[in-house]
Write a protein that binds this ligand. Sequence first.
Ligand SMILES: Cc1cc2nc3c(=O)[nH]c(=O)nc-3n(C[C@H](O)[C@H](O)[C@H](O)COP(=O)(O)OP(=O)(O)OC[C@H]3O[C@@H](n4cnc5c(N)ncnc54)[C@H](O)[C@@H]3O)c2cc1C
Length: 450
Amino acid sequence: MEKYEIVVIGGGPAGVSLAKVLGKTSKMAIIRPEDYSMIYCALPYAIEGLIENEKTFKSDNLVTDAGAELIRNTVKEIDFKNKVLIFTDNVKISFDKLIIATGAVPFLPPIPGSTLKGVGAFKTQDDLEWIEGLVSKGLKKAVVVGAGAIGIELAQAFSYRKVAVDLVDMGDSVLPNLVDADMSGVLSTELEREWIKLHLKSKVIELKGSEHVESVVLDNGSTIDFEPGQGEECAGIVIFAAGMKPEISLVKDSGVELGRDGIIVNDRMETNIKDIYAVGDCTQFKSGISGQAISGKLATNAVPMAKILGFNLKGQNRSYPGFYNGAATKVGKYFIGGTGLSEVAAKALGYDTICGYSEVTTKFPIMPGAKKKRMKLVADKSTHRILGAQIVSEESVVGRIDLLTFAIQKKSTIEDLSALSYASQPHQSFYPAANIVVLAAEDIRQKQGW
Ligand SMILES: Cc1cc2nc3c(=O)[nH]c(=O)nc-3n(C[C@H](O)[C@H](O)[C@H](O)COP(=O)(O)OP(=O)(O)OC[C@H]3O[C@@H](n4cnc5c(N)ncnc54)[C@H](O)[C@@H]3O)c2cc1C
């Protein structure tokens, strides 16, 4: 039986990051069943036709050039006592240290009709090829369930490919994990301008059809029907983008401690069992702000978790501070970013929130092409600490969101942000007279009389 110092189950961003840190210094294997590891973030743009499907496939060299061995197989069992993994073809390997990086799988609600043909999710290479294949063959209509970033990006991709699309969500606003309703009104309008039919405050309770899905039943009594008489390949489809659940089937009933959102690890990515670690979407971790367990199923969380574990296994002493969930998406002409807690999320956690707003242009207003840019800042009234920030702009927001995440990580206050030192240039910012972050902080100070 082949023996490895370190074995990683999972070849997603977490597994690849571990290979990069540890591959050259240890006998290490990365295990994954897929032909390709995928650039998931780019999948909607392959459906849209902006890039070819193959561009979303990561090269195996990322793992092998890093010095790790890539084992293309599926683990069916972990023998924790003997430190052995058993694959579905009954081949076994042994390990000194095991890292579980099995990711998350899309959540499909257990409603009647969810196993009908034409109902699926959006994560794997198979999902991509199935959906893209149908679109290329003239798919007429799609229903996307979930108005988070993945659902919205997919709905837009359908619309750009001339597929009629209905977007359904239980919430009363789009992108609720990224921005509050008072920031997302323009986004709903933009989606409708893109011919996406929005059904907010609506829950899918049943899918009807004999073999193939024919109709989607909502809890308000209405239905979304696909045209009858279409051939199976061109009939409508229903895609659930309604959240991810951790892939923890290998460790159920194993003694590895589990929470509602995955494997529980400490800030060094250690599970409760010696020499067993977990990173990425399969884990449950705490918010860096509130300290309470929150969801953080993002590649931008999985990669740092994996790196910290990798450096620690090399002898360093790093710790993971928690999820801040800085993230971004794009809706039509708008770039949207959010970080930390939204006002709704902060209130739900018991914070006494105060919010500030600002609006500037992306360039000096006198410059050609200057566009609007709007920001919301959420802070805690008692400590003045920044809890979250949201930006809707017609230009990229990721740089600003990262700055604000850093401010939150460093426990900055409203006063700190109102004293931010900034840069200004006619092509790249508003006038030196004002900065979007400082303005939002000043808005809070003015309202509070601070
Ligand atoms: C459409 C889409 C768009 C996204 N966009 C963004 C974005 O813009 N920004 C962002 O930060 N995040 C985005 N994400 C989320 C991001 O992709 C995930 O957070 C990230 O992939 C998590 O990485 P991971 O390595 O923990 O798990 P995964 O990438 O899920 O990888 C898990 C791996 O484990 C393997 N595995 C599972 N069980 C077994 C087993 N029994 N045996 C062997 N191997 C196993 C799987 O096959 C897979 O290779 C997006 C996700 C999707 C689906």
